[in-house]
Write a protein that binds this ligand. Structure first.
Ligand code: Q0Z
Length: 304
């Protein structure tokens, strides 16, 4: 089992997030890598969750295959297609990298919500709205919304994303691009929510990122897609309106953290081995529940 903190690869790093890294291959392609880092309450833990990056990459691959009618950035997940400069890292990268088409990223996050939680619930309690749109009265936390809602956000340079209206997203991106990416987002959410529901999983909400192709025209789905880091997945049998249901993947870690007197500011507490193992198990269970495939099978395919 190989595990990854940060990737020091002999390629130029062009983006780095809390748990993902992105490197330049050439003018038209990038190497997108999902590490095993995990964050909770926006703090990255010191320990890794082995295979977490592979689980997320495998889920992204699964959803992209189901949504093959939407243009996406994935070029290859084959070891043979890795640039020669990183062939020595093939074992570490296997299953956790995507060679992707280099896009001009749209500076808006495409969030779709089917349930009333998180910042959506906070706004509804305050104003009776989500993203400024009025909702029926009397909804409870985690209630299913009458219809999925598009609640775009801008990537704030520091701290949290800022929710914006659809009209503002249209002003930033141009109406046509915004509408194309919005419609793709609804289509993806509805497909995935229906698919997950049949497997006993609720897709409460999710966030998509899009870019524009070199032709300056084609709107292309990018980044990780419908993973536990970009979405809230709940086990359907634990959903109870009136309380915030546990997320499939991180609840095990959050439950352990909540028993400590940690103030949710760095430095994070040291994760014991049983919390690492339990969290890894939950990620793998999520992969297997969603894809219907054994994680070991995914890895066998990705190592050869
Ligand atoms: C995505 C991000 C990450 C931090 C750049 N296909 C693409 N073309 C051009 N740019 C990107 C992509 Cl995916 C791109 N991000 C978001 C990813 C770490 C931030 F791995 N940044």
């Amino acid at each position: 089992m190989t595990s990854m903190q940060t990737m020091d690869l002999p390629l130029r790093k062009v983006g780095s997030g809390k748990v993902r890294e992105i490197f330049e291959i050439d003018d038209s392609s990038l190497l997108f890598v999902a590490t095993d880092r995990i964050s909770a309450y926006d703090v990255v833990m010191d320990e890794l969750i082995p295979d977490k990056g592979r689980v997320l990459t495998g889920m992204t691959e699964h959803w992209l295959a189901l949504a093959s009618d939407i243009p996406n950035h994935l070029i290859s997940m084959s070891l043979a297609d890795l640039p020669s400069a990183v062939q020595d890292y093939a074992e570490e990268l296997a299953g956790r990298f995507m060679i992707v088409k280099r896009l001009n990223m749209l500076p808006v996050e495409f969030v779709v919500r089917g349930y009333l939680v998180g910042s959506g619930w906070a706004e509804y309690k305050r104003n009776g709205t989500i993203a400024g749109m009025p909702l029926p009265e009397g909804l409870r936390e985690a209630d299913k919304l009458p219809e999925p809602l598009f609640t775009p956000a801008t990537k704030a340079t520091t701290g949290h994303d800022e929710n914006i209206s659809e009209a503002t997203a249209g002003e930033i991106l141009g109406e046509k691009r915004m509408a194309t990416a919005r419609d793709y987002s609804f289509q993806l959410y509805k497909m995935a929510a229906e698919y997950a529901e049949q497997r006993g999983i609720i897709l409460a909400d999710t966030k998509f990122e899009f870019g524009v192709d070199a032709d300056g025209e084609t709107v292309v789905l990018a980044d990780e897609v419908l993973t536990p880091d970009s979405s809230r997945f709940w086990p359907a049998d634990e959903w109870k309106p009136g309380s915030n249901p546990p997320s499939f993947d991180k609840q095990f870690l959050r439950d352990w953290l909540s028993g400590l007197d940690w103030n949710k500011e760095p430095p994070p507490p040291t994760l014991p081995q049983d919390v690492i193992d339990g969290t890894r198990r939950r990620y793998i269970e999520a992969y297997e529940a969603i894809t219907g495939k054994f994680f070991d099978t995914y890895m066998q395919e990705r190592r050869s």
